[in-house]
Ligand binder design. Structure first.
Ligand SMILES: C[S@@+](CC[C@H](N)C(=O)[O-])C[C@H]1O[C@@H](n2cnc3c(N)ncnc32)[C@H](O)[C@@H]1O
Length: 319
């Protein structure tokens, strides 16, 4: 396995200076997929003209947003300012969605700060009255923190809202059903759950325990990214809440997980990121997937053509 990772690209200023000249987008610009499927914008999620440039006359039936919820990364804005900012992009997103639509938001909850900003975000959504609450999903991470003096923190929150009456298709995990029971009479005959079920596997429900968190040994890993969601999670959301050909919005692209899942599932992705480097990574990841069938770089990285080979690579080449 290659050993050529990048550090967090939002924090390494010197590396950013080297990469920025290789980024195709600056703020306000949009990358058009030459195959006509997707668009990637370097955009501020709260800027109407940026988002108009991205979405144009399309309308999305699904949005999957994963905002930066680490308040430290967010210049220590207080929670009220963060929630006001969220209200801006939530309203903007809704403007560009069809009447029967699904809206998903990943959010953190700081257990040392009264679980902010989760309850404040929920209240804000209630007050906006744009969407109905539909489900409160938790995805279980494998790695956690605080194992000795507290319950290990391994959860990621995913809020599911709807407007109108959107499409929904039940999803299944890869875990086989093992329990028999739940007897029910159908046409006078006693049946049990295994024969009544539409799948031999269990459904994920609203606690997802079957998704592996991304780490450097997985092909889908994109090093330089610090908040990459597993493709299995975006694939599950997109399969449940959209149909082939539909438009999917994601205002916080980062590693481009929603973009890759849309490409794999035949949906059109309209995605944005404020940072030109993460826009470039998203575009490169799509191109890499189309050229190689690979969904990431494992422990290599997306800028190998523009950065000198690592010491590790030089040693391998010398051998
Ligand atoms: C939590 S990450 C998204 C992770 C993504 N779901 C993935 O799987 O890779 C948040 C992203 O939002 C971007 N961002 C921060 N502020 C933004 C803004 N105002 N508008 C658009 N993107 C923003 C950051 O650059 C970062 O890449």
């Amino acid at each position: 396995m290659k050993n050529n990772p990048l550090p967090r690209l939002d924090e390494d200023q010197a590396l950013r200076e080297r990469l920025l000249p290789h980024c195709r987008l600056s703020l306000g610009e949009v990358w058009e997929d030459p195959l006509g499927q997707h668009r990637v914008a370097c955009a501020d999620a709260t800027n109407l003209s940026h988002i108009k440039n991205l979405v144009r006359d399309d309308r999305a039936s699904l949005a999957i947003h994963d905002p930066p919820y680490n308040l430290v990364a967010f210049n220590l804005r207080d929670v009220d300012a963060f929630i006001e900012w969220c209200a801006d992009w939530v309203q903007l997103s809704e403007r560009f969605m069809v009447h029967n639509a699904s809206f998903y938001v990943w959010l953190g909850a700081d257990q040392n700060q009264h679980f902010q900003p989760l309850p404040q975000f929920m209240m804000m959504m209630q007050q906006l009255e744009l969407f109905e609450s539909r489900s409160f999903i938790t995805m279980r991470n494998q790695r956690g923190y605080g194992t000795q003096k507290n319950w290990m923190a391994v959860r990621q929150e995913l809020l599911y809202y709807t407007k109108g009456n959107p499409f929904f298709e039940v999803q299944y995990t890869d875990i086989p059903k093992i329990l028999r029971g739940y007897y029910k009479k159908i046409n006078g005959r006693k049946t049990e759950n295994l024969e009544r079920g539409r799948s031999e596997n269990i459904r994920p429900g609203n606690v997802w325990v079957d998704i592996q968190q991304v780490f450097y040994r997985m092909e889908e890993n994109v090093s330089g990214c610090y908040a990459q969601k597993p493709l299995k999670s975006s694939e599950r959301i997109i399969s449940a809440s959209s149909q082939p050909g539909d438009c999917v919005l994601d205002f916080f692209s980062h590693s481009g997980s929603t973009l890759i899942s849309c490409e794999q599932l035949g949906r059109r992705c309209l995605t944005a990121d404020l940072d030109p480097i993460y826009c470039e990574i998203s575009i490169r990841r799509l191109e890499h997937f189309r050229n190689s069938g690979k969904v990431g770089w494992q422990n290599g990285h997306p800028f190998e053509d523009v950065l000198e080979p690592s010491l590790d690579e030089q040693l391998m080449a010398d051998e």
